[in-house]
Write a protein that binds this ligand. Structure first.
Ligand code: PPS
Length: 313
C-alpha cells in the first residue's frame, strides 16, 4: 500500500481506536447546531476551514452520509487521474494511491487547508457538509459541485447499519431507536431532509450538477459519461468503460481492504436499492412519507429523487 492511501486508512483506524476508549455521549459534538463525530471532526478544523480559498476548477463531491460518496468519489478520482495522465502524455494507467489529502473536506488537521491552498488544480474533495457550513469562497468562486442524493429510506437503512458497525458513531439497540433519531435531527451531519432543503437552493446553479444514486445504479455508463461531460473531462469510450468497471460495487468491495483497511466491508455493505423494505414498518413508512411531503416534495431535488418509484411500498 502506498503512502497516501495508508494515510487514509490510518485516519480511519485511529478514529476507531480513539472511539473505543470513549463514552457514547462523547462521540458527537455540536457546531452551529449540527452534530459531528468527534473522532473525525473538530471545532479547530471548522474554524480553520474559512482560510480555504476555493477555485473555479475545484471538483467538490457533496452528499449526505451514506449517499454513495465512496462510489462517486472513486469515479471522479479515476476520471481526473486518467485525464491528467493523457494530458501529460504519460502512459494511461490509473493509480488510485494518489490521494494528496484525506479526501473528506471537513476531516483532518487544522493545517490541512493551508496545504490544500498550495495543491495544483484540479483539486478533488468530498464533503457531507451543509452548504452554509462550507467556506463562502466555494460559492463566491463558483467551484464545480457534484451534488449526490439518494432516496431517504435507503439512506436511513444504510446509516443504521453503519452506525452499529463502526465505533466513532453512536450505536442503537434497535432499528426503531435509530429511526426516531434519524427523524429528529440527531444524526451526525444533521437532518437529511434539512440537508436536501438547504442544497435545493443551489440545485439549479450552473456550477452544480445533481446526480442520484439510483440513476447511477440504473445506468452507470450514462452516469459516468454525464459526470465526465460536466467536468469537461474528455475520454474515449474505452476509458470511460474502464472507469465504470473499476467503480462497480463488486470491484470496489473486492478492493476494499486495500482502500479502506479493516473497515472495507462496512463501507461496501450491499450497494443496492430498496433494502429499506427489510426494516421499515407501516408506521415508519407513513412518517417518512409525511416528512418528504413537508420538506422536499415538489422541489428540484424532490423530483430528482423519484420518491414514488423508490420509496413507495
Ligand atoms: S459514507 O461513509 O457516508 O461516506 O458512505 P457513502 O460512501 O456515502 O455511502 C455508502 C453506501 O454506498 C454504497 N456503495 C455503493 N453502491 C453501489 N455501487 C458502488 N460501487 C458502491 N460503493 C459504495 C455502500 O454499500 C453503502 O450503501 P449500503 O446500502 O449500506 O450498502
Amino acid at each position: 500500500m502506498e503512502k497516501s492511501r495508508k494515510k487514509f486508512t490510518d485516519i480511519l483506524d485511529k478514529a476507531v481506536a480513539t472511539a473505543n476508549t470513549m463514552q457514547c455521549d462523547e462521540l458527537l459534538f455540536s457546531y452551529k447546531g449540527i452534530l459531528y463525530p468527534a473522532t473525525f471532526c473538530s471545532l479547530e478544523v471548522f474554524r480553520a476551514m474559512e482560510s480555504f480559498e476555493a477555485r473555479s476548477d475545484d471538483i467538490i463531491l457533496a452528499g449526505y452520509p451514506k449517499s454513495g460518496t465512496n462510489w462517486v468519489g472513486q469515479i471522479l478520482s479515476d476520471l481526473v487521474a486518467i485525464f491528467e495522465k493523457k494530458m501529460k502524455n504519460k502512459e494511461s494507467s490509473v493509480n488510485d494511491d494518489e490521494l494528496e489529502e484525506f479526501p473528506y473536506f471537513e476531516i483532518g488537521d487544522a493545517r490541512k487547508y493551508e496545504r490544500m491552498n498550495k495543491l495544483p488544480s484540479p483539486r478533488l474533495m468530498f464533503t457531507h457538509l451543509l452548504p452554509e457550513i462550507l467556506p463562502t469562497s466555494v460559492f463566491k468562486n463558483k467551484a464545480k459541485i457534484l451534488l449526490l442524493i439518494r432516496n431517504p429510506k435507503d439512506v436511513a437503512t444504510s446509516f443504521y447499519h453503519f452506525s452499529n458497525a463502526i465505533s466513532p458513531f453512536p450505536s442503537y439497540d434497535t432499528w426503531d431507536d435509530f429511526f426516531a433519531a434519524f427523524m429528529t435531527k440527531k444524526m451526525p451531519w444533521g437532518c437529511y431532509f434539512e440537508y436536501l432543503s438547504a442544497w435545493n437552493k443551489y440545485a439549479a446553479a450552473e456550477n452544480v450538477m445533481v446526480l442520484s444514486y439510483e440513476e447511477l445504479k440504473e445506468n452507470p455508463v450514462q452516469g459516468v459519461k454525464n459526470i465526465a461531460d460536466f467536468f469537461g473531462i474528455c475520454l474515449t469510450e474505452k476509458e470511460l468503460q474502464s472507469v465504470v468497471e473499476r467503480s462497480s460495487f463488486q470491484s470496489m468491495k473486492k478492493n476494499s481492504q486495500k482502500t479502506h483497511g479493516a473497515l472495507g466491508n462496512v463501507f461496501f455493505r450491499k450497494g443496492g436499492v430498496s433494502d429499506w423494505k427489510n426494516l421499515f414498518s407501516e408506521d415508519q413508512n407513513e412518517k417518512m412519507d409525511k416528512a418528504f411531503d413537508k420538506h422536499i416534495r415538489g422541489t428540484k431535488l424532490g423530483t430528482k429523487l423519484k420518491y414514488e418509484i423508490y420509496c413507495k411500498v
